[in-house]
Design a protein around this ligand. Structure first.
Ligand code: CA
Ligand code: CA
Length: 582
């Protein structure tokens, strides 16, 4: 199967003129660092830089959530109804959302009225691998920021939507693009930084994390994720990532993948930036003997220097496209500064976030085939026969022996963020149970072409469900409850002090369940599949909940047999906002 690229026609930039719009005050670095505690705004991706997606709000709670009603909606319409994976931001009566095809809106939170729209002028030939999505914006000072499918970073005036600066991340013709929400991080040496990664791991680009001056967009530092590549600090070469040739034999590290496509989180306690790193390239693991650091890993970076403080590989020498990009969520584990991350490879990891030391790992999906478990040293106990075979050992040299591997490469969990409740001390993980036929093929790098060296078909493994929202105790790995869903879950999760867990389904339902038991307490059909991440905030003494609906993302494009089972789901593009009736 060939990688399917999405070719998109150029579109004009349109800006609507603001009427009497609410005016947002400048967002400070303290507003961002303390975002999780302040219920009147949502000024970071993850409802706080730690990414817990927990709100202390409890006006909407287990007892009254059944009465919640939608109060306004807004269409993301036009001819651009594709996957809507955004998480809204809210500040002083203005909501900022991003949408498919690199668009951003400012919206009046009282009425849903559009204040302005920024529509990026996308060139011909962009190469997004996995639908024309965007996962959210960042906000700081008087600017809002987001990345575009042609690999640009754009800073807009939050009041007018006018471009303040625009910077090229890299060459979109080589496969670079951008879909993650940028991260704002404090630093002593450089002031607030705008921190981003890169997308394009399926095209043999080399991953990196970058920090920029928030006012000018000027690069402060760059940290490559693949061993043997040299970083940059203030315009000069800094250190090499790892040691050339240590875990990569030969020259393949030069096109070694490791895309940082899902963005990062920041922990104010340890002052570390956490990023996940995608698969080493190409997928055909026989071409790249060794652990292939830091492919399929989590890395902690010092914002002052751009140096890697620690790294932890979830799938050393990946053979299944188990990108290690999933979010690192900081939390307190009985007094230990811990972090948790639910990997594409099906294991839920708990690490010491100060040192990266392995604490424990637990399977969070069923029938994992590629590994028996994770050893006490933190390395997988591989089932070596579950690596797809070497094509050079086949009769015609063109197709290696096929394996059936679980999870599929779309993962036990993909990009969609989980939530953590300090009340229940549980993580709420949007997971998927599926497998894949996978085989290797010969491949050579060619700029802008898919660089996989593999073929695949994703298949369901159970008759009644693929998706499963799971409540996981990070201390024991015990799954307290699980809610099956027929279609794969592809949207983010929110939890609140009201004892609720909110999530959406591809079937279109926006649901609230009891955080302790998983009992469904609220369900509302939004008319299209939900693959966005919900938020909640407080305004004029009332609690609001918002989520963007609009089916799409990687599943319909890459899902093989699973894509057929969701082909009937309708596209859309609608922002929904809910509250209790007065
Ligand atoms: Ca806040
Ligand atoms: Ca990948």
């Amino acid at each position: 199967m060939k990688l399917r690229n999405l070719f998109v026609t150029a579109s004009a930039v349109t800006l609507s003129v603001a009427l009497a719009a609410p005016v947002a005050a400048d967002v400070s670095i303290d507003d961002i660092v303390n975002d999780a505690k302040t219920t009147g705004d949502v000024v970071s991706y993850g409802l706080g830089p730690k990414g817990q997606r927990y709100s202390p709000l409890k006006m909407i709670n287990k007892d009254n959530v059944g009465s919640v009603v939608p109060v306004w909606t807004m269409s993301l319409g036009g001819e651009k109804m594709r996957g809507q994976e955004t998480q809204p931001l809210v500040k002083d009566g203005v909501m900022y959302i991003t949408g498919s095809y690199s668009r951003m809106w400012a919206i009046d939170t009282k009425t849903g009225r559009e204040i302005w729209l920024y529509d990026a002028r996308l060139p011909e030939g962009i190469l997004p691998c996995c639908d024309v999505v965007n996962r959210g914006a960042a906000i700081f000072g008087d600017k809002v920021y987001f990345g575009t499918l042609d690999a640009q970073l754009v800073a807009l005036n939050a009041k007018t939507g006018k471009v303040v600066w625009k910077k090229k991340i890299d060459d979109f013709k080589a496969g670079f693009s951008y879909t993650a929400a940028p991260l704002i991080v404090p630093s002593k040496a450089h002031g607030p930084l705008l921190v981003t990664g890169v997308s394009g791991g399926e095209f043999g680009i080399v991953g990196r994390v970058e920090a920029r001056n928030v006012e000018t967009g000027e690069l402060i530092w760059t940290r490559p994720t693949i061993e043997g590549h040299v970083g940059m600090l203030k315009g000069k070469k800094s250190s090499m990532t790892g040691k050339k040739g240590e875990t990569w034999k030969g020259d393949l590290y030069k096109t070694g993948g490791g895309a940082t496509w899902n963005g990062g989180t920041y922990d104010p306690d340890t002052k570390l930036i956490f990023f996940g790193v995608g698969n080493p390239a190409p997928w055909n693991s026989h071409l790249r003997p060794g652990d292939n650091k830091w492919g399929c890993a989590r890395i902690a970076i010092d914002p002052e220097t751009g140096e890697i403080k620690w790294g932890y590989q979830t799938t050393p020498h990946d053979g299944w496209d188990y990108d290690g990009v999933n979010e690192v969520v900081s939390f307190d584990l009985n007094g230990t500064k811990a972090a948790a991350t639910a990997d594409r490879n099906g294991f839920f990891y708990v690490l010491n976030r100060e040192t990266g030391a392995f604490i424990n790992a637990y399977p969070f999906v069923e029938n994992i085939s590629w590994a028996k478990g994770i050893g006490s040293d933190g390395r997988p106990i591989y089932n070596k026969e579950n690596y797809p075979g070497d094509p050079t050992k086949s009769k015609d040299g063109k197709k290696g022996s096929s394996v059936f591997a679980i999870p599929s490469f779309l993962g036990g969990k993909n990009w969609m963020p989980m939530a953590y409740s300090p009340d229940t001390k549980m993580f709420y993980v949007p997971s998927n149970e599926w497998g894949m036929d996978l085989w290797n093929e010969p491949v050579t790098y060619k700029k802008g072409a898919a660089y996989l060296g593999a073929g695949f078909t994703i298949k369901p493994i159970f008759d009644d469900h693929i998706g499963a929202l799971k409540a996981i105790d990070p201390a024991t790995g015990k799954i307290a409850w699980s809610i099956k869903n027929k279609a794969p879950l592809w949207g983010g999760v929110l939890t609140t002090a009201g004892g609720l867990v909110w999530y959406g389904t591809p079937e279109g339902y926006f649901k609230a369940v009891d955080a302790s038991t998983g009992k469904e307490l609220y369900s509302f059909n939004t008319g299209s599949g939900i693959v966005g991440s919900p938020i909640t905030w407080e305004q004029d003494g009332e609690q609001y909940v918002s989520v963007v609906s609009g089916w799409g993302g990687a599943v319909p494009l890459w899902g093989g047999d699973v894509a057929k089972t969701v082909a009937h789901l309708n596209q859309g593009g609608m922002l929904w906002t809910f509250k209790l009736p007065k």
